[in-house]
Design a binder for this molecule. Sequence first.
Ligand code: DGT
Ligand code: MG
Length: 242
Amino acid sequence: VPRTGEVVFDKVTFTYPGAEQPVLADISFTARRGTTTAIIGSTGAGKTTLISLIPRLHDATSGTVSVGGVDVREAQLESLWARIGLVPQRPYLFAGTVGSNLRYGREEATDEELWDALAIAQGEDFVRAMPETLDSPIAQGGTTVSGGQRQRLSIARALVRQPDVLIFDDSFSALDTATDARLRAALDREVTDATVIVVAQRVSSIVDADQILVMEDGRIVDRGTHSELLQTSPTYQEIVST
Ligand code: DGT
Ligand code: MG
């Protein structure tokens, strides 16, 4: 059975060093290749902490996290990171050019590959409109581009790396709903092999997900598809109605 990119959490608990209370408790789920798993829940529920265990930004306090059938604690970090594209909640850009920012993580990418990634990330038009396109300068901290543009460059950067596991941490929040919808449609069409994990605030960003995990206080309280959760989950209904 090919398990490329499959992400499995098995009874994972996590407590930040020095903290008293666990931030994650008894987290178990499987995210399969070619599917989208969405994680939704109120602020502080533990969504960012959960995804940070996949590239080992933190290690689980108990339980196991595995990628492609291998416990992340036994994987070689460099090869683990090469397979994961994480778009962080606060995207960062370096002083340099649009192109050098997109190539971060895969220096050998061709211009054509950068444009393909930008097309999916809905960043093609604004980069083409820049005076020097891919060679346009980016100031330190990315202050020369808007928040939504920064988010799209950060998404394109993850796509350029062609990872097995693609993780978006609230990456669509600075986009208007039409751009958000176009981006998700492009991802669905073009990124068919990856395991996609989407942390979202807006329910509209995740209605099509194969499975939705509803988090509350560090636990997965409900799971299912959008239509299932509308029937079964009071927490989800509450999120939908706000
Ligand atoms: P968001 O992004 O506002 O929707 O919230 P989440 O769901 O991403 O929450 P998360 O994982 O950032 O935080 C969960 C809890 O963990 C929250 O009580 C804050 C706490 N926490 C987050 N980062 C750290 C950290 O670096 N150290 C400690 N001690 N606690 C942290
Ligand atoms: Mg977060």
